[in-house]
Write a protein that binds this ligand. Structure first.
Ligand code: ADP
Length: 657
């Protein structure tokens, strides 16, 4: 076994590899960048080497620097993790040329399989079923057009040098063929430096099922069963599981046999994943081989009870495979959910940020790459953690993962936790009837956040003293979301106004309830319970939804059922006297009939800011002080409730009308 290895990666996978090193007594050297100087992956390392500035091209993708770091720190091997240089055959060769061991397949295997056209040819020759298509790859538009015609529509154009689902295009009709081909070649060239495309028959509504294989230097090859990864968003996996549900035993056997046969044919070394798509008729077709550890390897570890990183290190060190095929078993069911720092409600835009608070769940396996006080830099993949649930049945594993996500707290970041929870609660997901386009076709409803009104109710409850003996207005416990200026006789305990991500929201405080408050948001009544307040973090539940809140200055951050909301007091960014003074509040419930001002307008004390119609009478809302209109919460025709903030004026001088 190696004495010391360099882990050429960051984040959760670097932490994961380090864990096995510690278990095996192998020393490890970590690498990091200026953007990563306090990351958890440096913990426990014999040495940590700065390999450059934030952007990956100047650090994690710089093979020379990484090899120099490995040599300088006395390593005898390099583990590449996934991503970055893990499937770069030149890097694998350079590692070997420097006298180090690359923990992965041989460089020639990586380069042969890294090209989709070559990989398909190799596997086809080994008797593995491949997707019907044109044999070769080409970057000549006319040739590609002929290929499309010979394969027959619908087809999928794929960059031969591609990966990560990028640059693929489905063609269902001949109109616009020329432009589509030209554009796909351009995209392939700009994304992968290689414009060659392969043309495949497009398999309708396929499932993605992959087989984990392992080979040793003695030429043995085994499989560690399959994983299903059909829950993808734009070809990127979101939730993965093992074993594949609803797969007939004979199909499963043929699938794993095909993978082993393909791997044996090229004397595959170390960990590899044979990816297949499976049609509705259970016909399966080889897609590609990933020549590295996969993000989703933990589900295989859970069901087999094996440590795949340990296997990688043993095999790389020249040892034989730890177990023969007939000693490798599959127990129970495992499901993994990938937590990304991204905003599902904004097109899944990556959302770097700070990690102000982290609480991981118990009862599921957690693979995390972030810790409290850290950050998610903008330079790298936005995946911050994975949760993996393992149980006797699939149903239990799905439930356990959903609960684990519900217990997860990540403040300072916008994440897809709420999205994942909604996906896992979906009936088609429970029934395992999904295909690889399911999330793209039905994703809208999973991406929709929970209600801002409910978020406001939770934050208002956190802002109130818990004791029912107190009036909400009596104590110093009100931190700013609650607003004396808008005390409303229509709401028994008053009303709270706040901006929830830019939307004005009003909450009526109805009554104290056991450990919390009953709130009304319009007609919706909610009991919000507070379970715990510790270290400036409020934690509770409303209905089935867990929530967590924390306050920074006058800003509240709330994670409600996994979705993130930020809340500000109605009047200001800082809850000061001027700001309170500028709030023009509806004197009674009614309909807004006139709003004569616009944002940015100058107003004087006494100016009309809005007119509310109620019971056939008009009531003017006037400015109490002169200033500039900062925001208008309602439009003409909107109905407002008594006490709701209508116009917010930035007051210049406290000179009342
Ligand atoms: P990449 O290397 O870019 O990830 P893959 O060839 O592995 O590309 O394909 C990624 C995903 O695209 C698959 O998981 C599957 O969902 C879909 N896909 C690939 N090929 C086909 C095909 N011929 N028909 C239908 N879907 C496909």
């Amino acid at each position: 076994m190696f004495k010391r290895i360099l882990i050429a990666n960051r984040g959760e996978i670097a932490c994961r590899v380090a864990r096995t090193c510690r278990a095996l007594g192998v020393e490890y050297v970590a690498v990091f960048t200026d953007a990563d100087a306090t990351s958890p992956h440096l913990q426990g390392a014999t040495a940590a080497v700065n390999i450059g500035t934030g952007p990956a091209a100047q650090s994690y993708l710089d093979g020379e620097r990484i090899i120099a770091a490995a040599l300088a720190s006395g390593c005898d091997a390099v583990h590449p993790g996934y991503g970055f240089l893990s499937e770069n055959s030149a890097f694998a060769a350079a590692v070997a040329a420097a006298g180090l061991t690359f923990v992965g397949p041989r460089p020639e295997t990586i380069s042969a399989l890294g090209d989709k056209a070559r990989a398909k040819a190799l596997m086809g020759a080994a008797g593995v079923p491949v997707v019907p298509g044109a044999g070769d790859a080409s970057d000549d538009p006319e040739t590609v057009e002929h290929m499309v015609q010979s394969v027959g529509l619908p087809v999928l154009l794929k960059p031969s040098a591609g990966g990560g689902g990028k640059g693929m295009q489905v063609l269902t009709e001949t109109t616009g063929l020329r432009e589509a081909v030209a554009s796909a070649i351009r995209v392939a060239r700009s994304s992968f430096g290689d414009g060659r495309l392969i043309v495949e028959r497009y398999i309708e509504q396929p499932r993605h099922i992959e087989v984990q294989v392992f080979g040793d230097s003695q030429g043995h090859v085994v499989h560690l069963y399959e994983r299903e990864c059909s829950l993808q968003r734009r070809h990127q996996k979101v939730v993965e599981e093992a074993p594949a549900p609803r797969l007939p035993a004979d199909v499963r056997q043929r699938l794993v046999d095909a993978a082993v046969q393909g791997a044996r044919s090229i004397r595959y070394l170390n960990a590899g994943t044979f990816e297949f798509i499976v049609g509705k008729d259970f016909q399966f077709y080889f897609l590609e081989v990933n020549t590295r550890l996969q993000v989703e390897h933990p589900v295989t570890e859970c069901v087999t009870g094996l440590d795949l990183v340990e296997w990688q290190l043993r095999v790389a060190a020249g040892e034989p495979l730890p177990l023969p095929q007939d000693s490798i078993r599959c127990h129970g069911h495992a499901v993994e959910g990938r937590i990304y720092a991204e905003d599902p409600s904004d097109g899944f835009r990556p959302a770097p940020g700070s990690v102000d608070e982290v609480r991981w769940p118990t009862g599921v396996r957690v693979e995390a790459g972030v810790a409290r006080g850290g950050a998610v830099p903008p330079y790298y993949d936005p995946m911050v953690a994975k949760l993996v649930a393992h149980a006797d049945t699939r149903e239990q594993a799905l439930d356990s993962l959903r609960n684990g996500l519900g217990e997860t707290v990540l403040l300072g970041l916008t994440t897809n936790i709420g999205y994942l929870r909604r996906v896992l609660a979906d009936t088609a997901v429970s029934a395992a009837t999904v295909h690889t386009r399911y999330l793209d076709e039905h994703g809208e409803r999973f991406a929709q956040r929970g209600s801002t009104g409910c978020a406001a109710a939770c934050a208002a409850a956190a802002d109130l003293p818990v004791s029912s003996a107190l009036s909400p207005w009596s104590g110093a416990a009100a931190h700013g979301l609650l607003d004396r200026a808008s005390l409303d006789p229509g709401a028994p305990w008053g009303r709270a106004h706040m901006w929830v991500d830019g939307h004005m929201q009003s909450v009526a405080i109805e009554a104290p309830v056991q450990g919390g408050w009953r709130m009304a948001i319009g007609d919706e009544v909610r009991d919000v319970h507070i379970a715990e307040v510790a270290n400036g973090v409020w934690q509770g539940v409303t209905g089935q939804a867990p929530w967590v809140a924390a306050r920074r200055g006058s800003l509240w951050e709330l994670q409600l059922d996994g979705d993130r909301f930020t809340l500000l007091p109605a009047h200001a960014r800082s809850f000061d006297e001027e700001a309170v003074a500028g709030a023009a509040v509806a004197p009674l419930s009614g309909t807004v009939s006139v709003v004569p001002v616009s944002v940015g307008d100058r107003v004087e004390a006494g100016d009309v800011l809005a007119i509310i119609e109620a019971m056939k009478m008009e009531h003017s809302v006037v400015a109490g002080f002169g200033g500039t209109v900062r925001s208008i919460a309602f439009a003409v025709g909107d109905s407002v409730k008594a006490g709701e903030l209508i116009v917010d004026v930035e007051v210049e001088e406290l000179k009342p009308a």
